[in-house]
Design a protein around this ligand. Structure first.
Ligand SMILES: CC(C)(COP(=O)(O)OP(=O)(O)OC[C@H]1O[C@@H](n2cnc3c(N)ncnc32)[C@H](O)[C@@H]1OP(=O)(O)O)[C@@H](O)C(=O)NCCC(=O)NCCS
Length: 202
């Protein structure tokens, strides 16, 4: 399989939002919100265009990863910049073939070169531990409400990058999605039935 990883262009936006919708549909809730997040994130000041990539197979886009700047807030006066990836999506029929891993490894190396400190994400630990993510709690970093849980993870991009950095994680406001806005955005896509599924319980 000859996967090509390249920068996302403006002409890819609609295709990437459709693939994001396909990948996330009914995965974590009935329907999904991640295609709207992708759509809004590109216009946010936190968006990192240098880390916005698509995976192509035979000239078709089969995967995408996007990053934004986020923060670990230590106090009212002190916040440390970190980065977050998401959405990350691979078309369902192309999953489990290494495409998601290739997108993560490619952008992780680039993020190191760009000098970022760390990547902090929410996701399935079974998948993300293989890339070097550890519980954020082990670094003294909690979610914005002060909570810690296995699905909240951090990875230093150089040794000791998170040393002395503790506090609450704060990501771009576009991740707080408004249900009415999703419903309105959905009108741009072919109708698809939403379902309650077992995976949503995990
Ligand atoms: C998550 C995702 C991007 C991974 O891409 P991928 O190309 O399928 O991943 P890879 O082929 O590189 O890796 C596959 C491995 O990861 C595991 N894996 C993939 N997604 C996983 C998940 N959500 N939870 C646990 N394990 C997962 C597979 O079981 C497989 O494990 P194995 O190597 O031990 O067999 C893709 O599955 C996807 O788009 N999922 C739907 C959207 C989503 O959940 N995005 C991430 C939100 S945090």
């Amino acid at each position: 399989m000859n996967i090509k990883i390249r920068t996302e262009n403006e002409s890819d936006y609609a295709e990437v939002e459709s693939l994001t919708r396909e990948a996330f549909w009914d995965m974590y809730q009935p329907g999904c919100v991640e295609h709207l997040i992708a759509h809004k994130l590109r216009n946010s000041v936190s968006f990192i265009p240098e880390l916005d990539f698509v995976a192509e197979l035979n000239d078709n886009i089969v995967g995408n990863i996007m990053y934004s700047k986020s923060k670990v807030v230590a106090s009212e006066r002190l916040a440390h910049e970190v980065i977050t990836f998401g959405p990350i999506s691979v078309l369902p029929s192309f999953q489990k073939k290494g495409i998601g891993s290739a997108l993560i490894e490619h952008t992780k190396s680039l993020a190191v070169k760009l000098g970022y400190k760390a990547i902090i994400i929410f996701g399935n630990p079974e998948y993300y531990h293989r890339f070097g993510f550890k519980s954020a709690e082990s670094f003294g970093i909690s979610a914005s409400d002060g909570a810690n849980f296995d699905a909240f993870m951090a990875m230093e991009l150089y040794a000791g990058a998170l040393q002395g950095i503790t506090g609450k994680f704060c990501e771009d406001a576009v991740f707080d999605v408004d249900a009415a806005e999703v419903d309105a955005f959905e009108k741009n896509f072919p109708y698809r039935e939403k379902h309650v599924t077992d995976t949503q319980l995990k």
